[in-house]
Design a binder for this molecule. Structure first.
Ligand SMILES: Cc1cc2nc3c(=O)[nH]c(=O)nc-3n(C[C@H](O)[C@H](O)[C@H](O)COP(=O)(O)O)c2cc1C
Length: 188
């Protein structure tokens, strides 16, 4: 049997019991026949400072080491003040350096943004896309996933409510699995 592509999920919120993490866990189980997905933790990463590169920051090394062998990256994020939460931006910065040794280059990416409000974190989704251009990560264009009223997606036990939301998320995962296969990351 061929191995499933390995995808790391970066959750943009540090809340253990937040909607983004719930969504990420739901995505992992919905897509487990197509992708081997797991959450890559970002909450322990010190704020990026190039002056610390020679000091061997353990959390940065752990993070870069986990991201480097992956075949794709899925972002599941809320919006903070119409942009990308600082913890997620910091993780992007940490992975992008030292200059010339970015762990992101050429990795296919997908974005699911969510908000308990109506707008589905559109601002965070598109600010993140701007960074992906510079990081040379081919970002899936369609379907776009701006999940508004995201609290309504879940039952009391944290599973996805049967209905159009779950159907949409399943179709997003199917498209993302195809996207990852289209852009095989060179392991040379
Ligand atoms: C600092 C901060 C800024 C926020 N800004 C926005 C915003 O710009 N747009 C929005 O839709 N929700 C905003 N929210 C509400 C979040 O969407 C909401 O808290 C969401 O549940 C966070 O995701 P999580 O449950 O995965 O932690 C903000 C929340 C915080 C804490």
């Amino acid at each position: 049997m061929t191995e499933l592509p390995k995808v790391g999920i970066l959750v943009g919120s540090l809340q253990r019991d937040g909607l983004s993490r719930k969504l990420a866990n739901a995505v992992i189980s919905l897509g487990d026949d197509r992708l081997k997905m797991r959450i890559i933790e970002i909450g322990d990463l010190p704020l990026y400072n190039p002056e610390l590169e020679n000091e061997g920051v353990t959390a940065w090394q752990r993070f870069r080491g986990e991201v480097a062998p992956l075949d794709g990256i899925l972002f599941v994020t809320p919006e903070y003040n119409r942009s990308v939460p600082a913890a997620l931006k910091n993780a992007m910065d940490v992975g992008s350096r030292p200059y010339g040794q970015s762990v992101w280059a050429a990795k296919p990416a997908g974005i699911i943004s969510q908000s308990p409000g109506a707008l589905g974190a559109f601002g965070a989704n598109h600010h993140l896309r701007q960074s992906l251009v510079f990081l040379d990560m081919p970002a899936m264009q369609q379907p776009e996933a701006y999940l508004g009223h995201s609290a309504d997606l879940f039952t009391a036990d944290g599973s996805l409510v049967e209905g159009s939301g779950k159907t949409f998320i399943s179709s997003f995962i199917a498209a993302f699995a195809a996207w990852v296969s289209h852009y095989p990351v060179s392991k040379a």
